[in-house]
Design a protein around this ligand. Sequence first.
Ligand code: ADP
Length: 508
Amino acid sequence: MTTQAGVIDHSSGDSTTIVDGATVADEAARFISAGVVPHVIGGERRESIAGGQRELVNPSTGNTFGAVADGTAEDLDAAVQAARQAYDDGRWRHLAPREQEARLHRLADLLEQHKEVTGDLDALDAGILRRYASYISQYSANALRYYAGWPTKMVGQIPPVGPDYVVQERVEPIGVMGVIKPWNGPGAIFAQVAPALAAGNSVVLKPAEHSPLSATYMALLALEAGIPPGVFNVVHGDGVVGSALVAHRGVNRLSFTGSVGTGRALAAAAAQTFKKVNLELGGKSPVLVFPDADLETAVAAATTTVWNNSGQVCTAGTRTLVHRSIYDEFVDEAVRVSQDLTVGNAFDPASQLGPLITPAQLAKVRSYVELGKSEGATMRFEGSVSCSGGNYQAPVIFADVRNDMTIAREEIFGPVMSIIPFDDEAEAYRLANDSEFGLAAGVFTTDIARANRAAAALDAGTVWLNCYQVTDAAVSYGGAKASGYGRSLGAPALEEYTRRKAVWSRNY
Ligand code: ADP
């Protein structure tokens, strides 16, 4: 069954409804209860062709609160065909660049106006802390605004090469972009989708199966903003739909955010059809704390990065490397500032750590905590969980961690902090870089020369000096080593989502 999309019921402004015990905006409740949350294909809301649906489970309670379409390769094919048709007939890429910009700005406006709705949706299906969830939508709106400025600036260069020839280096869209997203920041889709649209591409997005709501809602807002039907499609499903997207011959370029194992398999599969892929994978990011650091700032930043979203953030600084001369003091302080953390329902304003996404993720994190103990690390702190029903993991701090322990080598994706001592600067860099990953790093020091040395020495896609997890849509982002390749955000992302063509002509 299909129905015309682009029509979201924005009536009844600020009133609220209870969904699974949580107070959410009426509009969020209506969106969920209007029936099975659909795919958005060719500007229409569509059920799955084979009729599949998947339960929506609230990670804060374990309760089912709705259902989403569960697609197959058939639905994916329909979305790629819609995207291809929209690309081929030029309804988006041939629009005047000024008009493209106006519509991308309109979409950013709509997203900002409805970020409390998408915040509710992200808190419900992904367990993102409600008071934090709207910032993810704002992040998406910021990316849209940044890229909304680009269509008028993307012109080719025409250098003369002598009297007989003229060459034009054209910058063109690639065609149909496939975007696959994980569940840990579901509303952040425009980090990838905005540059793809600004460059004139069509998009087929597959959100994670556990957190499909806000992406669907945002695709409907895109229609409302005037992004033509078929230009931005959303297909739901699990890895089967994801791998169909990777293999589809009608898809020209891929962007994947997710785990290392899936990213590795995906890159190999993409090679079969010669698709370039952007991979944004995991991390085991080091935070280096030197003796001359402002201890209070360093402790606050180093702990916040691990507790943030209950550790389910790619850039979480899960290896804290601390100089031995301040090691004991640092560990004591990290424990002290974490003592009163409240773990609970994503909608409870008192919660500082929400649930993990699924019981399986919770079991995985718990097994790493057990492994840390059996490998000989000292568990200096384990918080408490007072509520039940959801996938709750108490925050854990391990001291006396060695960099060769499993908890220091593998991405845990939970609230587990590992504090490792070092004796001198060279050892700090050696330990920091002795990792399969290379996503991000933090450095805390008041010595400017040391900060500059560290920035050069660290093998990571982003280095934060005396701060952590600061981002901006204008600044590119990406990883090294097993953390992936390709840059998202900033001007470099436009290079990734366009291709160049040299057109030579001879004057007779
Ligand atoms: P996690 O294990 O954290 O869920 P994944 O990397 O498996 O991380 O999932 C990230 C995204 O990749 C999700 O949207 C998921 O459905 C999708 N996915 C999973 N397996 C595949 C695959 N083989 N090919 C393409 N996408 C996949």
